[in-house]
Design a protein around this ligand. Structure first.
Ligand code: GLN
Length: 486
């Protein structure tokens, strides 16, 4: 098999057995990036030299008998939201076009400590605000299944690169669906762990109470391998919970007999694409055939989730993005006549329209006189949404539902209509609001040949159940064998 098409697991077995050279593997993917990424635009920065250097280092270590584990010598992508020491980190924005961080994010460091080879920084919506990777200052990313279509977002570069085998997997972030939605639209596996499972230190903040790092991979098994590497407490992120991290590969079991799976009736929304509905229902009946007990449940506050999110996320963003003022780092506009003028010009020229829209929404929602009506109210609804899940999880072990209401849409189709764009996340946002773990796995294709995903949600810190159900389902399907025609 051609090397870029290997899964992480396959490559790592070969590397461990000294049958595959990490340098050769890395080179083969760099060649493929060179060949394909002009059309796809999945990378903002490709680190050819550095990647080959670390592959070489891995190879030398391994030949000396110092194999350190399943990510040793494995070439991965990294969303350009994770800061990387001495390597430009843009967050998809002109504001950080030339920003070179002096230290690594915890996720970056953990990957390096496991011997992973970082191929480059994946394209994304500006500051992770978007569902299509079209708001990137560095141009849109294409979906490898149809170049005229979006890969989803905001981790669209990571998802498209994984689907097109321009990396063996990638680490992204999910604030309202930014891993699971692009995974569904590109036909790969995308996992958002529980809020607090993976450190946010050095992950550029969008909405701090919702942001969570996670994985984009070809298989659930590969998800477990990366998750093992990046999870765990971090003294530099006080929201990162100090509880032991299980070995997620132990959850890769095929048997789900007796597990109780809840199907939320609210997730089969009006206007849902028929192909998505049918594929999801087929997946659910397959899960039932595998011996799980499928139970209809209700999450009655689902309809408020998008509204709640679009108060909370922009509010937090407006505060987090206040730091980009042209003083400390990043872009500074020239020709200003005063300090105030410099702030204005910098922010006017440095941010794109979607980011400005979020800052305005958030500033408004937090302003005195409106705080109680919007932000405080949204926080209360957040609790109601969380309570819905708590109630449901008294009856079921996991929840299964479609990941998105439709398949990949055309580039440009929703850019003029923010509300339409926001609605692509109706089914992913509640999980973030409640802080739960969730994974999207491929469950079929539309009549037009575009991928469809189904998500499994679990109780807080029960990533194991989520991985277990997703893996068991995946093992009984062969969707992953179909390759994007790029
Ligand atoms: N699409 C959602 C938004 O635009 C979610 C983004 C994300 O998860 N980072 O905010």
């Amino acid at each position: 098999m051609e090397l870029p098409f290997l899964t992480i697991k396959e490559a790592s077995e070969l590397i461990k057995g000294k049958e595959l050279s990490p340098v050769e593997l890395t080179q083969s993917i760099l060649d493929r990036i060179e060949d394909k990424d002009e059309k796809l635009n999945t990378y903002i920065t490709v680190l050819s030299e550095k990647a080959l250097e670390s592959a070489k280092k891995a190879e030398e270590e391994i030949s000396r008998g110092n194999y350190i584990g399943p990510l040793h010598g494995i070439p991965l992508g990294l969303k350009d939201i994770f800061i990387t020491k001495d390597i430009t980190t843009t967050c998809g924005s002109k504001m950080l076009e030339n920003f070179i961080p002096p230290y690594n994010a915890t996720v970056t460091q953990k990957l390096l400590d496991c011997g992973a080879v970082i191929l480059g920084k994946n394209n994304m919506d500006e500051f992770a605000m978007g569902s299509s990777t079209e708001t990137s200052y560095f141009g849109p990313t294409s979906n490898p299944w149809d170049l005229k279509r979006v890969p989803g977002g905001s981790s669209g570069g990571s998802a498209s690169a994984t689907a097109a085998s321009l990396c063996l997997g990638s680490v992204g972030t999910d604030t309202g669906g930014s891993i699971r939605q692009p995974a569904a639209l590109c036909g790969v596996v995308g996992m958002k762990p529980t809020y607090g499972r993976v450190s946010r230190f050095g992950m550029i903040a969008f909405a701090s109470s919702l942001d969570q790092a996670g994985t984009l991979t070809k298989t659930v098994e590969d998800t477990a391998l990366i998750l093992n590497a990046i999870s765990g407490p971090d003294p530099r992120d006080s929201t990162c919970v100090n509880i032991p991290v299980p070995d997620y590969t132990m959850s890769l079991k095929d048997d789900i007999k007796g597990l109780k799976i809840g199907i939320p009736k609210e997730y089969f929304v009006e206007g849902m694409d028929k192909d998505v509905e049918n594929a999801s229902k087929k997946a659910i009946s397959m899960i039932e055939d595998l011996g799980a007990e499928v139970i209809e449940i209700s999450l009655p506050h689902t309809k408020y989730a998008v509204l709640t999110y679009y108060i909370i996320a922009p509010s937090e963003a407006s505060s987090n993005l206040a730091r980009y003022d042209g003083v400390k780092y990043g872009f500074r506009a020239s020709g200003a006549e005063s300090l105030r003028d410099m702030y204005f010009k910098t922010r006017a020229q440095g941010f794109g329209n979607e980011v400005k829209r979020r800052i305005m929404l958030g500033t408004y929602a937090l302003s005195s006189g409106y705080y109680d009506a919007y932000y405080l109210k949204a926080q209360r609804v957040r609790t109601l949404i969380k309570n819905d899940f708590d109630e449901a999880f008294k009856k079921v072990d996991a929840i299964v539902a479609p990941t998105t209401p439709e398949v990949a849409f055309k580039i440009g189709e929703k850019t003029q209509d923010p509300i339409k764009m926001y609605l692509s996340d109706v089914l992913t946002i509640p999980c973030n609001i409640a802080g739960l773990p969730g994974i999207s796995v491929p469950c079929g294709f539309s009549s037009g040949g575009l991928p469809i995903g189904i998500q499994v949600l679990g109780k807080p810190f029960e990533e194991e159940t989520v991985i277990h159900v997703a893996h068991a389902y995946e093992q009984h399907t062969d969707w992953r064998e179909k390759r994007a025609p790029v």
